[in-house]
Design a protein around this ligand. Structure first.
Ligand SMILES: [Mg+2]
Length: 427
């Protein structure tokens, strides 16, 4: 049986989370700012229409904010983490296999589901169920490979006539869409690679699909060759090789057996942290925010349920496993409650930035942990190398660390869903 994947992606996730608890802002442009209220990291549909750009420093758009009465929010990762958890649990109730890709995206394995219901109808069910039970709008792209499912989702987002669901299992339809999509939009291609591809006359996704595989491998990489084959409908990208998400890196898994002991959870979470930070370094990125979640199995109604997430801002963006693991352990211990059968845990890195513009800061300030940044980078490189070459892995010893620190969050919304004191008022 040929495989079929769906990519479910929330629309304007952070902005949609903020709007959900402020119905008065339904038609108001909303932007969400990065840590320390620096740059725009999310925009509602209305803010996009006004031409507010992603990543723009907030002080550059002060006049727009006043003129158009744009509502500004500081990022509230506690809220987004909790809403994300709700979306993922709902998805898990709908499909047998769910791979969480980022805070607001997951791949579902839909292989064989068309014997029961058409793919498009299933996609609509997913979309409606998430909206009904969580309150957030999503788009669904369905295709025989993850790379094509990404493209299907792209078209679901860009063409309102699709109603937010695109079934791209048909080859002719795949080719029609790929001819209209710039190669830069293909999963894992990005701007740098697309400049080189364009120089070779490969401008659209279809050009890449039709390119000679041997040439692609020789001039670029095995990874890009796989991407090209995925565009032709051949699933060949292992989940571990999926390109890192641009905005968050996520690593979470269900346990084979329920876990009760904190020490076992610590082991699992430090393992996920190691995988996530490895991806971070592979993408040459630094993380400014860390989230950890743990939960029981919501489908075993007979056992006591517990599900929480917590997040912390990192003093300066880092890719150092030691710093991140230490913080992850602190978060985990604050979340852990004795007496539950834990079924799943995960970590998420966000507020991702690349090294440029960060370096000076990084090397000047020793940071709270007094690790030399240069030494840290060398150590991490050695660790990644060892882990790449052998199946045995070098990971971080678990250690305790200091708590959070004060940060500028002038426009923070309440923790509506995770604090009894901050429940939304209903009038
Ligand atoms: Mg999204």
């Amino acid at each position: 049986m040929t495989s079929v994947f769906a990519l479910v992606d929330c629309n304007n996730f952070y902005a949609s989370c903020e709007k959900l608890f402020r119905p008065d802002l339904r038609h108001t442009p909303v932007v969400v700012l990065s840590n320390n209220d620096g740059c725009v990291v999310a925009r509602s549909k209305e803010a996009k229409t006004l031409g507010i750009k992603m990543g723009v420093p907030v002080h550059h758009i002060q006049s727009d904010i006043r003129r158009h009465k744009i509502q500004v929010f500081s990022s509230n990762y506690t809220l987004y983490g909790d809403m994300s958890r709700r979306v993922m649990v709902t998805l898990e109730s709908l499909a047998p296999r769910v791979d969480v890709y980022s805070i607001d995206e997951a791949f579902l394995d839909l292989t064989g589901i068309d014997r029961v219901v058409s793919f498009e109808e299933f996609g609509c069910q997913v979309k409606n169920t998430i909206f009904r039970s969580v309150g957030l709008p999503v788009c669904v792209g369905i295709a025989p490979t993850r790379t094509l499912a990404k493209l299907a989702n792209y078209s679901a987002k860009h063409y309102p006539a699709t109603g937010g669901v695109v079934d791209l299992t048909d080859t002719a339809r795949q080719r029609r869409l790929m001819a209209r999509v710039p190669v830069e939009e293909v999963w894992g291609v990005g701007r740098k690679l697309s400049a080189r591809l364009q120089a070779m006359g490969i401008e659209t996704a279809l050009d890449l699909a039709d390119a000679d595989p041997a040439t692609v491998r020789k001039r670029f990489s095995v990874v890009l060759e796989r991407t090209a084959r995925e565009l032709r409908g051949i699933a060949c990208l292992a989940w571990e090789d999926a390109p890192p998400a641009k905005k968050q890196i996520m690593c979470s898994r269900s346990f084979g057996q329920p876990i009760q002991a904190l020490s076992d959870l610590e082991e699992a979470v430090s393992h996920y942290t190691a995988r996530a930070t490895e991806k971070l370094r592979k993408g040459q990125l630094y993380a400014g925010e860390l989230m950890v979640f743990i939960r029981t199995n919501p489908f075993r109604a007979s056992v006591p349920q517990y599900s929480r997430s917590a997040s912390v801002s990192l003093v300066s963006p880092t890719q150092d496993s030691r710093v991140i693991t230490r913080q992850a352990m602190t978060l985990l211990r604050s979340l852990y409650r004795y007496g539950f059968d834990y079924a799943k845990a995960g970590v998420m890195l966000s507020e991702l930035v690349d090294g440029t513009g960060l370096q000076s800061d990084l090397f000047e300030a020793p940071g709270e942990h007094n690790y030399s940044a240069e030494r840290a980078a060398r150590l991490m490189a050695v660790m990644d190398d060892i882990n790449r070459k052998s199946r045995a892995t070098v990971t971080m010893a678990r250690e305790a660390g200091p708590g959070a620190y004060a940060m500028r969050r002038k426009h923070l919304s309440p923790a509506y869903t995770t604090s009894w004191k901050q429940l939304p008022d209903v009038y």
